[in-house]
Write a protein that binds this ligand. Structure first.
Ligand code: 13P
Length: 253
């Protein structure tokens, strides 16, 4: 079965101590994950080592960075390189979250560079795509997300794209309490898979997890994850509350 993933994105929330307690509470629930199920915690940079050591003994639990720089190394004060992440044993990195695209002016071309650096360091990119409200209202969301995939990912060879995790996060659903309906989620996830299939073949497209993000909560996760092309979620607000994220992990197929 394709990987099913509950990924937490803490964004710029929680102190170190609060983060450590949250992880303790989630791990204390001892949710046994099947071989195809994974829980990933995308935490602020200063918490990565702590998170890595917290999840070390828990099967299929992982730490992720929320971002990395698009250059390999050099005079970029305050930035964090992929190589640095690799050197502390981080194996996943969120790439191209809409908040970074918006507030840090990240372009599709820049994200392609980040993705390449991740692969060079054996870090799995969790690649985010998703349309703003105006695009959804105009009904052109398919073209918009297809271009995001093509411009940042479709230079990759098949053996690399097969490793990627995609997160579809409609911007109008992030932090708004407004979730895509299961119909909307399934439709666009299926479309994204078909775009990948057209480039890399159906068999490869069928292996790639496509997560849904945007107001995933304890009470809607199961329904969203039950869609055949929704392979889990990338969760902001609800990942900051242990009981809620535990429920979301338990909602994985
Ligand atoms: P919310 O779950 O708070 O809507 O955030 C979604 C998100 O941006 C995860 O990356």
């Amino acid at each position: 079965m394709r990987k099913q993933i509950a990924a937490a994105n803490w964004k710029m929330n929680l102190t170190y101590q609060q983060g450590e307690k949250l992880l303790d509470d989630i791990l204390d629930a001892k949710i046994g994950l099947a071989a195809h199920q994974h829980a990933i915690f995308a935490v602020p940079f200063p918490y990565l080592l702590m998170t890595r050591s917290e999840v070390e003994d828990a099967k299929n639990y992982h730490a992720a960075a929320q971002n990395c720089h698009h250059k390999k190394s050099g005079a970029y004060t305050g930035e964090v390189s992929v190589e640095m992440l690799h050197s502390i044993g981080v194996n996943y990195c969120v790439i191209g979250h809409s908040e970074r695209r918006e507030y840090s002016a990240e372009t599709n071309a820049m994200l392609a560079e980040k993705v390449n650096l991740c692969y060079d360091s054996h870090i799995v990119p969790i690649f985010c795509c998703g349309e703003p409200l105006a695009i959804r209202e105009a009904g052109t969301q398919n073209d918009f997300v297809a271009a995001q995939l093509k411009e940042s990912l479709f230079h990759l060879p098949t053996d690399k794209i097969k490793e990627i995790i995609i997160a579809y996060e409609p911007i109008w659903a992030i932090g708004t309490g407004k979730t895509a309906s299961t119909g909307q989620a399934q439709e666009i996830h299926q479309f994204l898979r078909s775009v990948i299939a057209a480039q890399y073949g159906e068999e490869n497209a069928n292996e790639i997890p496509i997560l849904y993000g945007g107001s995933v909560k304890a009470n809607n996760a199961k329904e969203l994850f039950s869609c055949p092309d929704v392979d889990g979620g990338l969760v902001g607000g609800a990942s900051l509350v242990a009981a809620d994220f535990i429920e979301i992990i338990k909602s994985l197929k």
